[in-house]
Design a protein around this ligand. Sequence first.
Ligand code: ARG
Length: 459
Amino acid sequence: MAQLWGGRFTKETDQMVYDFNASITFDKRLLHHDIMGSRAHVTMLAKVGILTEDERDAILEGLKSIEADVESGALEITAAYEDVHSFVEANLIERTGDVGKKLHTGRSRNDQVALDMKLYTRDYVVELEGHVRHMLEVLAGLIEELDTIMPGFTHLQKAQPITLAHHLGAYFEMFARDLGRLKDIYKRMNVCPLGSGALAGTTYPLDREYTAKLLGFDGATSNSMDGVSDRDYLLELLGALSVMMMHLSRFSEEVIIWNTNEYQFVELDDAYSTGSSIMPQKKNPDIAELVRGKTGRVYGALMSLLTTMKGLPLAYNKDMQEDKEMAFDAMDNARSCLILFTDMIATMKVRKDRMRASASGGFTNATDAADYLVKHGVPFRDAHSIIGKLVLYCIEHDVSLEELSLEEYKAISPVFEQDIYQAISMETCVNTRLTKGAPGRRAMEEALAGYKAFIRQMA
Ligand code: ARG
């Protein structure tokens, strides 16, 4: 048991209490950011004259050797230490002697851990932005292929013809908002809590702005109590990850449906499917299913931290140590879901023929047939009823609207002429929808140009 606070205690901590209290098993992943923070701290301490340059250099050297030894495997982060902060400090003292004992001058583990979590989260946000951008690039690439007529659905019933490009455009919009949310979080969180002390700042003349600058922050936090107990940025990230997972799970569900034997709109690459141990014919969309399934645990991490933070009095409380495990789990899972799902859609085969045939089959052009009548002077409500009767006729005779003869059309309404076939062709149905955001070719070309500009601007 290596702890930093033995002085005022007369008894050893009970082992179970020690284990319950310790966070080393999960906060060891903060090692790099902890050392980064300590480096900035001692550099600042030397700048304001609290440490000599020699002391600073000895500490920096010690920190560097600890990081290198952990990396090489020569030094192991074990449960013999309470947390990663104790691990670093104890090892530093072992390596540098008394000078190492000066590292923690003007600092508390409260502002230290607030900093470490922020540095870790900030790096994660930047990394994830890259993965979201890659998703947007893959989507934009797929959207280039504009001749991809497929049925669009409401209530999972065929509704009107669209294109796969248009359908994927909807997901582009969602992930573009996800990227925007990550950028917002970064902007708001980028202030440095180090120097807040335990809760009330410190009597040392710390140059907090200097430390902040060394660590790439826009400035130092303005209230020391908030500085040590703010976890809003983490909640915001878990919120953003939850929304992103919701997007991924909806997309997963669609890919699962499209990949079924009944639809066959897409075929997943073998690398992103698995077989069954009993049914030799099976090729299952496990990746999409797992992404859909893992969405729940990311929501769980958000609910967990919201509940942990609820009702906490200022400032630091040990409850806040619970900000880590589930948040790390959510971050890891959201990242792998995004990366794998992106690769999965980049490699799946699109069956344009199947989508096109499906669009033609389900009366998806019924609205357009009604609009044809309206354009020839029939009031919309009457047109709606006439086409309804036509659809019923088609169902009874097992044909599509395109397959009816002109005589059959005229028997129901004399308004129909030869040009009805042109008016209800899938191409007409899609490409005459030219309002902003609609699937028509020219509208989509404009949207695609906007998507490409967005990707460039977000680089
Ligand atoms: N392991 C602690 C955490 O993760 C570090 C801060 C400890 N501070 C304290 N006052 N016990 O929150």
